[in-house]
Write a protein that binds this ligand. Structure first.
Ligand code: C5P
Length: 245
């Protein structure tokens, strides 16, 4: 892994678009943490899971067969998507003139995403789109294979995990807060199935890169983890000292 500021070359030529990757299983908190780190740094945030969710949902709404890898890959290839935030800070995902963010968080869409994400043609079709998010002043990318496949030279790689029970509890609380009727046992089973599919598929399975820093978020809050990541980023010369509060 390249550590900025650690050698004479990088001192002379600081990376104009450094990358922090945050990979991990469903419910580990990587989306929340990646968004917070990106906001603190003023960098771009790539929520790569949203792309797979969008391909799954848009494919379903377009009537594509759930078994048609090629048709989903064509959809992924031409995907023209824009991520923005509303004035009150809500994430927005714009596709075909509409904000899909609300629909994408649905549990059923997560399952669809995990199915289309196992197809190599779909993964290949999304590579250029994801890499285009790397631009100055920097990128925080979260997903399953950001550090292992998409950005192997990232300046800082994090692998974020948490116990299955804790991840199911977090999801349960989120959905209950939205007024949805869900069962903790169902969520726990769903998370384990997705872990299994994501980590055993042939194409870019979920795995910790050798050079990734492992963080277990089971009994830690978001603020502590964000601070830890910013501190490491600062040690690697990716940012000025003033951002770690
Ligand atoms: O992270 P999120 O839960 O939104 O991702 C939805 C699904 O998309 C995951 O279960 C995983 O199968 C897939 N995914 C992936 N590679 C990524 C991001 C997400 O395979 N980089």
């Amino acid at each position: 892994m390249k550590a900025l500021g650690s050698d004479a070359d990088s001192d002379r030529n600081p990376d104009p678009a450094p990358v922090i990757t945050i990979d991990g299983p469903s419910g580990s908190g990587k989306g929340t943490i990646a968004r917070a780190v990106a906001r603190q740094l003023g960098w771009t945030w790539l929520d790569s899971g949203a792309l797979y969710r969008l391909v799954g949902l848009a494919g379903q709404r377009a009537g594509l067969s759930a078994h048609d890898e090629q048709a989903h890959a064509r959809l992924a290839q031409g995907l023209s998507v824009r991520f923005t935030a509303s004035p009150d800070g809500e994430d927005e995902v714009w596709f075909e003139g509409r904000n899909w963010a609300g629909d994408l968080r649905d549990e059923a869409v997560g399952r669809l995403a995990s199915q289309v994400a196992a197809w190599p043609l779909v993964r290949a079709a999304l590579i250029d789109l994801q890499r285009a998010f790397k631009r100055p002043p920097g990128l925080v990318a979260d997903g399953r294979d950001m550090g292992s496949a998409l950005f192997p030279d990232a300046n800082l790689k994090i692998f974020l995990t948490a116990s299955v029970e804790e991840r199911a509890r977090r999801r349960y609380k989120q959905l209950k807060d939205k007024g949805l009727d869900v069962s903790l046992a169902d969520l726990s089973r769903d998370i384990q199935e997705r872990d299994q599919r994501d980590s055993t598929r042939a194409a870019s399975p979920l795995r910790q890169s050798d050079d990734a820093l492992l963080i277990d978020s089971t009994s830690r809050d978001v603020g502590q983890i964000v601070k830890q990541i910013l501190t490491v980023a600062q040690c690697r010369g990716l940012m000025g000292p003033s951002l770690v509060g």
